[in-house]
Design a protein around this ligand. Sequence first.
Ligand code: ADP
Ligand code: ASP
Ligand code: MG
Length: 405
Amino acid sequence: MGLKVCKFGGSSVADFERIRAVASRIADMKYNGDDVVMVVSAMGDTTDDLLALSAQISPKNNKRELDFLMATGEQQSAAYMAMMLNSLDVPALSMTCFQAGIGCDGEYGRASLSFIDPARIQDEISKGKVVVVAGFQGIMPNGDVATLGRGGSDTSAIALAAALGADECLIFTDVDGVYTTDPRIVKTASKLEGITHEEMLELAALGAQVMNPRAVECALQNGVSFEVRNSHNREKGTLVTSADRLEGTRVISGISRDNNVAKIAIFDVPDEPGIAGKIFRAIASKGVVVDMVIQSAVRGKSNDIAFTVTRDQLERAVNVVNSLVDSLGASGMSYGKGVSKVSVVGAGVMNPGVAGDVFQTMADNGINIEMISTSEIKISMIIEASCAERAVAALHRQFRLENVH
Ligand code: ADP
Ligand code: ASP
Ligand code: MG
């Protein structure tokens, strides 16, 4: 018995049948004496559908209005969920960010949570109600509603669990837990019993869609352990927690793939101090976030510089680089979206031999590595997008990830 925060993603509330199944699961929790705060995503593909509809008006709609529109998706599913619970004789009420006291700031479309004042939620819990909170949204300092970036309901749930001091935080989705890689790509992927916040953060930041990286960051900062579970069955899921609460360590925990990558290269840049600073400061001044950077060895008095950005920021980055090519004395530039990032994540990636095995696996499969970056717990590579799924499967086999747990 205690307070549970339960988040249900889009596929878990896709239609009334799913909403009924979820509501009856929550009814069981209440029957067992638990208090429950739910966080729901928009039904099925509602967010995509709303974006597509609004694009018929203009492909470049005002971001404030887009957020106002997108927030309605979560509001709708929260209301339906509360109605379904009520129909099962479970007292429940829905709340938007305004009633739930969830504040955010930053840019529309990718705002960050700034505060949670859970007084109203606590009051309703004390009256025995299930509170159903619309995920993905927060109140901006000017009183507007803004959204937290795609997949942002995960962040709403973790932040609420922290603010409420919940006893348990459960993230319900459409797979049994966190796998060694996307089970849609590799059928033999293994479900992990547990994983550290740090490893989950890397997997998520490098493309594992199952958790939003900012949600994992929030969990890490606030010491919130959570379990990723399947809403379609009652199996145990994956516990995401601190290293001291998990038994043993694995060399490799998983492989991620990120298709939201684009590459820009600048040719024959003079080999002089200050050039890289000039390029990347100009790019940053336009709000573009650069991920990987590679500089080729000096040939004569020049070299090439290449870097990656997310696909949605490519146009902005290309405009900046185009305007700099002449003043830098470079001979030209190229860019493209045809690349993906494939990453191997685990506490032991820096063990002797692991990097060699990763690169050899690419070579054995005829896959060219265009860029590499490493940290203590990951090795990332930029490769041609059409090879990404093959690379993930080959690395999964190489590290025998079909047999881990
Ligand atoms: P929700 O709508 O519940 O938030 P998402 O679609 O955002 O669900 O995330 C779940 C999906 O994430 C799964 O269906 C799976 O295909 C994908 N996924 C990618 N990488 C992984 C992984 N390492 N483990 C589990 N699922 C993953
Ligand atoms: N509905 C939003 C999305 O599709 C938020 C979420 O599902 O977490 O991105
Ligand atoms: Mg999600």
